[in-house]
Design a protein around this ligand. Structure first.
Ligand SMILES: [Fe+2]
Length: 306
């Protein structure tokens, strides 16, 4: 049974290991972008993976802060965990990734899916920065579909799950899977597929593969914004719960109907207000570019391109 506690004004939710060879999971809610940051830990060795952690960015003054990182690190310390991996599921459009800062603080290696190289290629064009972004330099590991990495006595399997971006990956560890922006919570539906490089057809296929995991698999999603009926954020549900009640993809849903619904809904959504700032940071592994001669960092924003 998941248990909740608040730390300051932040929600932390603990999900115990469901079986042997499975991790303990803490979800930490980041309210500004509605992101869920995860700590996935091996109960016996206390080795932990930090997944999709946020480096706070306020678009109003282009200011960064480390409150969300501090929050994650407080739980790591309180629980006596030893960070072994810093993982991202994809280059996020709605927040800056914390990976470079977490690496400075913990020494753990950073990793993301290897198709980040293709996403970087795409965005070099959008930003008109032909020399920008070198993911092979800025991440310690670029992971391929089917790769496994060790987390103490547990293993994390990398599962390519494109559609939201062309290179998104899910991380499967025992009975837990971190499925980022594929599904939303079981009462909310699915994630959007209209960002550059996104594809509703691919997202459908990725969701089917996720829902083919064992029915007791705990699925942890990347975002929650509440619903009309629910104020408190929620992010964990089993495969069985999604198949029973996810309003977009429950058992029996037809691919064509979902793609039509998804595509029509995406047309009504505006782009995340941090997107054009975030991609150029995230494709550098959560770093600003070189400082200019005045010592300041600048972001480049294409005008009228989206
Ligand atoms: Fe995303």
């Amino acid at each position: 049974m998941a248990t909740d506690y608040t730390q300051g004004d932040r929600i932390v939710r603990y999900s115990p290991a469901g079986s042997s060879n499975s991790p303990e999971v803490w979800g930490l809610y980041e309210p500004e972008s509605g992101s869920v940051q995860y700590i996935c830990a091996d109960p016996s060795t206390r080795k932990a993976a930090l997944i999709d952690v946020v480096w706070d960015f306020d678009p109003k003054n282009a200011g960064t802060a480390q409150d969300s990182i501090d929050h994650v690190m407080r739980v790591v310390e309180q629980e006596g965990l030893a960070p072994a991996w810093i993982l991202d599921t994809h280059p996020h459009a709605d927040h800056f990734m914390a990976s470079a800062r977490l690496k400075e603080r913990t020494g753990a290696p950073t990793a993301i899916g290897e198709k980040v190289r293709e996403i970087a290629e795409l965005w070099r064009g959008y930003y008109h920065m032909p020399e920008a972004f070198d993911p092979s330099r800025d991440f310690d590991r670029l992971l391929a579909d089917g790769d496994t990495i060790e987390l103490g006595d547990l293993q994390i399997r990398v599962m390519l799950s494109p559609g939201h971006t062309l290179g998104s990956v899910s991380y499967v560890c025992g009975d837990a899977a971190f499925v980022h922006d594929t599904l939303m919570h079981a009462d909310a539906g699915t994630a959007r597929a209209d960002f550059p490089g996104g594809s509703a057809g691919e997202l459908w296929q990725s969701i089917q593969e996720i829902l083919s995991l064992p029915e007791n698999t705990r699925l942890f999603v990347g975002h929650d914004y509440g619903t009309d009926d629910r104020d408190a954020p929620a992010w964990e549900a089993t495969v069985a719960e999604h198949l029973a009640r996810n309003p977009h993809v429950k058992a029996g849903t037809r691919k064509e109907d979902w793609i039509k619904q998804r595509t029509e809904r995406d047309k009504t959504l505006s782009l995340p207000d941090r997107m054009l700032a975030a991609l150029q940071v995230n494709l550098r592994g959560g770093r600003l570019g070189e400082a200019e001669s005045d010592g300041n960092h600048y972001l480049k924003i294409p005008v009228n391109k989206f």
